[in-house]
Write a protein of this length. Structure first.
Length: 231
């Protein structure tokens, strides 16, 4: 029984499995760069140019990495809805809306192929300029089985197999993904002022039986392409 006026004992921090393994996906960097060059060559043929290149980074919630246990033990952390300790998250947030027939191409590693995860996905989410997770208007995602082999159309080489390259267009209008466009995401279109957020997820490293360390994953990049007509 606690004596009157005494300070309550702090809650014990839940034990966590070790995420780091010392093995990263950086060995795939050159292959990813080759795919990027292939995307840019393809873009030129389509009358598009590179407007912006954004590198994803580990997702933070109030300054701490996004995973289930941090959200529990760090009392200052908010907005961790549906985040899980079984996943490594990387994010590129607050990109401006696509304009004038522009598209995004996301290039990253297929962590299922590299052995860093049993399952992965990449998603694009449309949200109003002001608002948190609950304000998201919609999104689209593709999993690691679906985008497997997607980079080969930009860099037809066996070395590109562990890399993915997924196109993003706006759904519901003339710029939506074509009926036969296999590796394409239709971002939610809206008349409201909005931003786009990309999230890459890698679930359950088979070596550690917990989420991969986001710092050991190859950070995907978002290539924003615009028509030369809309420079």
């Amino acid at each position: 029984r606690r004596a009157s006026g005494s300070t309550p004992a702090p809650l014990a921090t839940p034990l966590r499995r070790q995420r780091s393994t010392g093995r990263t996906e950086q060995y795939l960097q050159s292959e990813a760069e080759d795919v990027e060059m292939g995307v840019l060559a393809w873009a030129t043929e389509q009358g598009l140019f590179l407007k912006e290149r954004v590198v994803m980074s580990p997702m933070l919630r109030d300054g701490v990495k996004s995973n289930g246990t941090e959200c529990i033990t760090n009392r200052s952390t908010a907005g961790c809805f549906e985040d899980t300790d079984d996943c490594g998250y990387l994010v590129a947030g607050s990109l401006s809306a696509l304009q004038g027939g522009g598209i995004d191409v996301v290039v990253g590693s297929n962590s299922w192929r590299s052995g860093k995860a049993v399952y992965g996905s990449v998603g694009v989410y449309t949200a109003p300029l002001i608002g948190g997770q609950a304000a998201v208007l919609g999104g689209a995602a593709m999993n690691s089985a679906e985008y497997d082999g997607s980079a080969n159309r930009f860099h037809p080489s066996k070395s590109a197999q562990p890399i993915y390259a997924v196109v993003t267009r706006y759904g519901g209008d003339g710029s939506a993904c074509g009926a036969t466009e296999k590796w394409c995401l239709n971002a939610t279109a809206t008349d409201k002022a909005h931003k786009l957020t990309y999230v890459s997820r890698a679930y359950l490293n088979p070596k550690t039986q917990t989420g991969p360390d986001a710092d050991e994953l190859l950070a995907p990049v978002v290539l924003r392409l615009r028509p030369f007509l809309y420079v």
